[in-house]
Design a protein around this ligand. Structure first.
Ligand code: ATP
Ligand code: MG
Length: 709
């Protein structure tokens, strides 16, 4: 076992000089102002360990506040590794909840704590109805977001109208109506004896400010405070922090004003920057970036150098410490499915090259963007995990849509087109094609439903489902159920799909920032200069998640065959190396320049189109003698297997994969495994049957597959 002295030494060994200064600074206001990847989180973790090991404090006197429960868990894990178990690392809410539960009998006259509501939606809906306001699902979410903003910034219902005007809030309904719903919501909640998440913090503030005995006990327990990601603290959280401190000064905060990405919820970097100006505060600035290669760091510096407005003066320059890596690549795609396919193919290549799937992330601006990527990764057989949001088919509006479509199947009219029937059915959710509504939740919901409509259009175009409503709806419902089932499969270790907001504080070896078009990043409803600046910071957060490889992609059209009218995000660097190779005289791109990207096996041009990738042949090259007869047998076998297993045929193999098999005619499992779209699971399950068919066997001579075999 190591002695305390040895452990203390080890805690200091993993730090540079400036980080060490922050770690050994005596108790009192300490502020680390530093850019992404400079080791802020590492520094505060080591500071807790150092002060404990040197006997300056005991672990149970420390309260570390992190932004997410996951970050709290990671910090506790790190502290245990450093030899300091028992320090508390929690989010504001988790810490408040624990304390309030403990003191409830004293605070609530011997009764237990009022029940905490996980979601406000139901009561906000009721409050709106009481005020005669008709709100659809998204309306409730957007009104709720405003109530949350008000509570986080400590604006009471009576002051709402004036405060919202002053803060330039873009409200989903009239200000007076919103104030009325807010008032009614508070009344209904009180009557039901419930509290919401903000009440939890308020109650704790009240307990500390009005109950000296409670305050004394809490303050004698917690003597040293640490807050990570302090740039995104909101006024209510700040008030609680001050109440915990009760005039004491032992607080260490770390943050980066350039990563403020929650202003829209009421957070403000003013607390961080104000803290640094406090008399007597030790302020430490870190600039060495230990996370990313100099190539990524250069881009990050470029992005933030363009920042303007309020906190731009606080921007920090990063100095890369790691060895060189590949330059970030910008990729322009024809349309979104092609972009998703290109990203999924690249993920598969990285995994083949030995990069663990958990070291890869695909990050996007809005949660609705995940569907394309979930689908493309599933098609490639690449495992993935979705962070911070539901998977596409678990989204409430998609579940609702699937119920509506099942209902519509019974009422389909002869002669009606499938796509029209679908749009009709979805109108019951309030969805209308055309321009998306403004408002965060409303837009996200609209985009998810639009993605569903597009999925239907794609399926019709690919002839996966009949174009008419009568036959098309049952086929479509089967297809959707199959996809939902495939996407529901839980994964432990996989490529991370997450929004930029959910990626805060995290890092991966390879990062794909996708959907980088004007309208998505910056998002269309970011109108004021401050809102656009917050979008820039989001992009900066995204760029700085990458340790080594960074891909930035966007697509010119929304869907295949659509108008290529989109423009790349203004944040994309003008001079970054484009991933698309120079065009050759015949208008094709030369394959050599694109190492790692699939190329046409005949002419060598790089391939972005998913079907062409599966065939490994571009549209301009003639097919080699595809064995039509073999393809027919493969199709027949697939139909039989699909009906036997009761799953849609495409889940066995897509048409493109079968065409590739017919063209390649592999005769070993190893060769068959190289056919794009095959994947290890399909190979072990269907490989022998496919080889038998290639060898000339007739479909009905092949034993039928069994579920799960
Ligand atoms: P963010 O702003 O994104 O939250 P951060 O400033 O909190 O970033 P950390 O996550 O603490 O940065 O550190 C970034 C990476 O650099 C981590 O992998 C960390 O282990 C590593 N790192 C930090 N400091 C050092 C150091 N002195 N030596 C080696 N590696 C370091
Ligand atoms: Mg951090």
């Amino acid at each position: 076992m190591r002695t305390t002295g040895e452990r203390t030494k080890a805690v200091l060994a993993g730090l540079d000089e400036t980080q060490r200064e922050a770690v050994v600074a005596p108790g009192g206001p300490v502020c680390v102002l530093a850019g992404a990847g400079t080791g802020k989180t590492r520094t505060i973790t080591h500071r807790i360990a150092y002060r404990t090991l040197t006997g300056e404090t005991a672990p149970h006197h420390v309260l570390a506040i992190t932004f997410t429960a996951r970050a709290a868990g990671e910090m506790r894990g790190r502290l245990i590794e450093l030899g300091v178990p028992g320090a508390q690392a929690r989010t504001f809410h988790a810490a408040a909840l624990r304390q309030l539960r403990y003191f409830a009998p004293r605070l609530f006259d011997g009764r237990s704590m009022p029940e905490l509501m996980e979601s406000k939606a139901r009561l906000v809906g009721q409050a709106a109805a009481r005020e005669g306001l008709r709100l659809a699902g998204t309306g409730v979410r957007d009104v709720t977001a405003e109530i949350e903003w008000a509570k986080a910034t400590m604006v009471e219902p009576a002051d709402f109208v004036a405060a919202a005007a002053k803060a330039d809030r873009e409200l989903p309904v009239e200000p007076a109506a919103l104030a009325a719903v807010y008032t009614a919501y508070e009344q209904l909640k009180r009557r039901a004896q419930r509290i919401d998440f903000e009440d939890l913090l308020r109650a704790m503030v009240w307990a500390l400010e009005e109950h000296p005995d409670v305050a004394e006990q809490i303050r004698s327990q917690y003597r040293h405070f640490v807050v990570d990601e302090y740039q995104d603290v909101n006024p209510l959280q700040q008030r609680l922090l001050l109440a915990w401190l009760g005039g004491r000064e032992d607080l260490c905060v770390v943050g980066d004003a350039s990563q403020t990405i929650y202003s829209f919820t009421g957070a403000s970097a003013d607390f961080l920057l104000g803290f640094a100006r406090r008399p007597g505060a030790t302020v430490i600035r870190l600039e060495r970036d230990y996370r990313s290669t100099p190539q990524v760091v250069r881009l990050a510096n470029q992005v933030i150098a363009g920042a303007r407005g309020q906190h731009a003066a606080a921007k920090l320059k990063l100095v890369g410490q790691r060895p060189d890596g590949p330059a970030p690549q910008v990729l322009r795609c024809e349309d979104e499915p092609a972009e998703a396919a290109a990203v999924a193919a690249r993920c598969a290549d990285l995994i083949d090259d030995g990069v663990p799937a958990s070291e890869i992330a695909v990050l996007f601006r809005t949660n609705a963007q995940s569907e394309n990527y979930e689908q493309a990764l599933a098609d490639r057989g690449v495992p993935y995990v979705v962070r911070g949001t539901e998977r596409f088919f678990e989204r409430p509006e998609i579940r609702e849509a699937m119920v509506l479509l099942r209902g519509a199947a019974h009422a389909a009219e002869a002669g009606q087109k499938l796509v029209d029937a679908v749009t009709d059915a979805l109108s019951a959710t309030g969805f209308a094609p055309g321009a998306p509504p403004s408002g965060g939740a409303a837009r996200e919901r609209w985009e998810a439903l639009a993605a569903l409509v597009r999925l239907v259009e794609d399926a019709v175009a690919a002839q996966t489902v009949p174009a008419g409503a009568v036959d098309g709806l049952p086929a479509l419902n089967e297809l959707l159920a199959g996809r939902a089932a495939a996407q529901h499969a839980p994964t432990v270790e996989g490529v991370t799909l997450a929004s930029l907001h959910a990626a805060k504080g995290l890092e991966w070896q390879a990062v794909f920032l996708v959907g980088l078009t004007e309208g998505t990043l910056p998002i269309a409803y970011a109108q004021t200069p401050e809102q656009v600046e917050e979008e820039r910071r989001l992009f900066y957060v995204g760029v700085t998640r990458a340790k080594e490889r960074l891909w930035l992609s966007w697509s010119a059209a929304w869907q295949p065959g659509g108008r290529a009218s989109r423009r790349p995000s203004r944040f994309l660097p003008a001079d970054s190396a484009p991933a698309s190779a120079p065009r050759t005289s015949n208008g094709k791109t030369a394959g050599k320049a694109r190492r790692g990207l699939p190329t046409c096996r005949i002419c060598g041009v790089a391939l972005f189109d998913p079907t062409q990738r599966k065939l490994r042949r571009c549209g301009g090259c003639p097919p080699p003698d595809a064995d039509e007869e073999l393809l027919d047998r493969l199709r027949e076998w697939r139909e039989r297997a699909a009906s036997e297993l009761d799953i849609p045929a495409y889940l066995i193999f897509t048409d493109a994969t079968m065409t590739a098999v017919a063209e390649d005619q592999p005769d070993t499992l190893e060769e068959l495994g190289k056919v794009p779209g095959m994947g290890p699971a399909r190979l072990s399950r269907y490989g022998p049957a496919v080889l038998a068919l290639v060898g000339g066997a007739l479909p009905d001579s092949i034993p039928e597959p069994t579920a799960g075999a």
